[in-house]
Ligand binder design. Sequence first.
Ligand code: KMH
Ligand code: ZN
Length: 274
Amino acid sequence: MEPLIITTALTGAETTKESQPNLPITPDEQVETAIECFKAGSRVLHLHVRDDEGKPTQDLERFEEVITKLRQSVPEMIIQMSTGGAVGEPFEKRMAPLKLMPDMATLNGGTLNFGDEVFMNSPADIEKLAAYFQVVGVAPEIEVYESGMIDYVAKLVKKGLISHTPLHVQFVLGVPGGMSGKPKNMLYMAEHLQEEIPSATWGVAGIGRWELPCAVMALTMGGHIRVGFEDNIFYHKGVLAKSNAQLVERITKMANDFGRPIATPEQTREILGL
Ligand code: KMH
Ligand code: ZN
């Protein structure tokens, strides 16, 4: 079976220390978490950063500080910076981290209601960001929250606005306002992606209670898996996870039991075309 890539979304923009006391927010906490998660089998780090007050920021200096420390401490981990940021962040600020040449960065495939807010990704902004990815030569990971976003991204691929191959697409399922992580939704998303962008690879980030059901589906379907406190803070219903690494360890154990190998750093780069 295709080796499994586990991505850790360690911090995010929405999760608070109040809700999850073990949320890594300082650069040192983020580096320590990255080391633990790499050891537990994770190969990609989906990175948001926080300011000194713990608030989400797209500040370039903070990203640079973290990426520099990560490259020293865990050089084989693939760093994927967020261009999504927090809801309401100006688009220019969201684009800025690409200047730091991470291995990858996210490219969100459309606008959706995000809880009580609206996560804006206008066609003009998406196309501008897609063009910027090509200029700087960073690999995008496409974030899609419902199936229509796959159709839209496929159009950008056909127009040549997105050219990285194989294109890696993350199904983010369970955001209040987006598609949920029901098995039939996952089957549909995977089939639809295969029809529209046959060469694409995919992973799933199940939000909240959808994290584990989506992971189990992806494990058997040959997709990749994202876990971490950006998406889900619990280990079991009502029981907080002790760390991001604990969530990674569970997926690694499931994969081992199931007989699906964990991707090595080299295999991860090959699968993602890095
Ligand atoms: N924080 C969410 C509004 C991304 O990283 O590209 C968007 C997000 C997506 O987290
Ligand atoms: Zn994110």
